[in-house]
Design a protein around this ligand. Structure first.
Ligand code: ADP
Length: 410
């Protein structure tokens, strides 16, 4: 099956064409600066690589541009659009309604619009991508893969806040958790890599990128996630604060005469390691370079990040009453061996020991703990697009079987 994976943001649209049988990427690219000047990046498995200015006034034009290139006689990887069996869309927020991937119907779109309040930056942008694809490929099956779905197995004791219950009843104020597509892929890949049955293992996935979250996965199901009602809660991140006492907000509002919009901007865009390092950088590489040159705020920012990750690993170990695997993934998790080492130094009480040589290596998946470590510590490259393609292929197969009368229609 050939799957077109779409990740649509407000001014950019990332895409991949994946052959679900071989799991090979046939082509990938990004339409950036949509509605501004337009930049199109395109690469194929056969070695074509382009980055060029292409005008794209909206997302429909962007999808047009990428489809045209995919069927281009010189540079394309398909003969016709109709070779695409299914489009898998990354959808950020499905609220409580979606516990798995679904065929996108009008009901699904309406339900997603109801969640717009919960993810005002992401959901509308995702839906624009869906709409653009439906216009240009009206006969192709569209599947929605939610970032929140994998986290839906959390129990009320993990997802409810200590505020009046009526706010959950009235508005569904609760922890949703994010990065579900990555946490699912990585926890499963870890079990596969270690030859384990996922139904018998307890895994903590540390997705450490610009946005960062930690997820406790017990026997294949999410028990807890550090992100909450929005992706602002939890770890200190590139520019996001993570956990903050709400009392700080009232205090700052009064002292600095700030309204809620201004406070949220500070917490989302001016905080995290950027804010702690006195605006030096939100990029962990730049902070490491500054740390080497004895910049004490860069060191402090990295130390706070490591400490917070270790604290969450400790609490999620308690939540699962143990842990078998700890996995690092995403930009920082995959590449920053010093950060991994610093985090693991806190975890000696779990019997964790790191092999310094393996920790410095690079691979798609590697175990960096020593043989006598009581917990497996791994580094795994996340692959959200492949996970979306797998989900889309599975939903498509079920849908087709349903159509052919096997009774498994969704
Ligand atoms: P997101 O998808 O949330 O934007 P990524 O997973 O791409 O984030 O991670 C981006 C972060 O990864 C950057 O802030 C950068 O600091 C960090 N990063 C990437 N490569 C390295 C590296 N070699 N060493 C340290 N940090 C790195």
């Amino acid at each position: 099956m050939k799957i077109l994976v779409i990740n649509s943001g407000s001014s950019s649209l990332k895409f991949q064409v994946i052959d679900s049988d071989s799991e090979q990427v046939l082509a990938r690219g990004v339409c950036e600066r949509i509605g501004i000047d337009g930049v199109f990046t395109y690469k194929t498995g056969t070695g074509i690589s382009r980055k060029e200015p292409v005008s794209m006034k909206d997302h429909t034009e962007a999808v047009h541009v990428l489809l045209d290139r995919l069927v281009d006689p010189e540079e394309g990887v398909l003969e016709d659009y109709s070779q695409i069996d299914v489009v898998g869309h990354r959808l950020v927020h499905g609220g409580e309604k979606f516990t798995g991937s679904v065929v996108i119907t009008k009901e699904v779109i309406d339900a997603m619009k109801e969640c717009n309040d919960l993810a005002p930056l992401h959901n509308p942008a995702n839906l624009v991508g869906v709409d653009a694809c439906r216009r240009l490929m009206p006969d192709t099956l569209m599947v929605g893969v939610f970032d929140t779905a994998f986290n839906q197995t959390m129990e009320p004791k993990a997802f409810l806040y200590g505020i009046p219950y009526r706010y959950y009843e009235k508005y569904k104020v609760r922890r949703y958790g994010f990065h579900g597509i990555s946490h699912k892929y990585v926890s499963q890949r870890a079990a596969e890599f270690l030859n384990q049955d996922i139904r018998h293992v307890k895994t903590i996935v540390c997705h450490l990128g610009n946005g960062a979250s930690i997820c406790a996965v017990k026997y294949g199901q999410v028990v807890d996630n550090s992100m909450g009602f929005t992706p602002l809660e939890g770890l200190v991140m590139g520019t996001r604060s993570g956990d903050v006492d709400p009392g700080v907000l009232e205090f700052l509002a009064k002292k600095e005469h700030l309204d809620f919009g201004q406070l949220m901007k500070i917490l989302n865009q001016e905080s995290g390691v950027l804010g702690i390092s006195k605006n030096l950088s939100s990029d962990f590489r730049e902070l490491k370079d500054a740390q080497i040159k004895y910049n004490d705020k860069a060191s402090l920012a990295r130390d706070i990040f490591a400490y917070k990750v270790a604290k969450y690993i400790g609490s999620f170990t308690a939540a699962m009453n143990g842990v078998d695997n700890i996995v690092f993934t995403a930009g920082v998790g995959e590449n920053d061996s010093d950060m991994r080492e610093e985090i693991c130094e806190y975890l000696g009480f779990l019997g964790i020991r790191i092999d310094e040589v393996k920790n410095r290596g690079q691979a798609e998946a590697v175990r960096i703990s020593t043989r006598d470590s009581r917990v497996n510590v791994l580094v795994i490259r996340t692959n959200e697009e492949l996970e979306i393609a797998r989900e889309a292929a599975a939903v498509c197969r079920e849908y087709r079987e349903g159509l052919s009368g096997s009774g498994k229609a969704s």
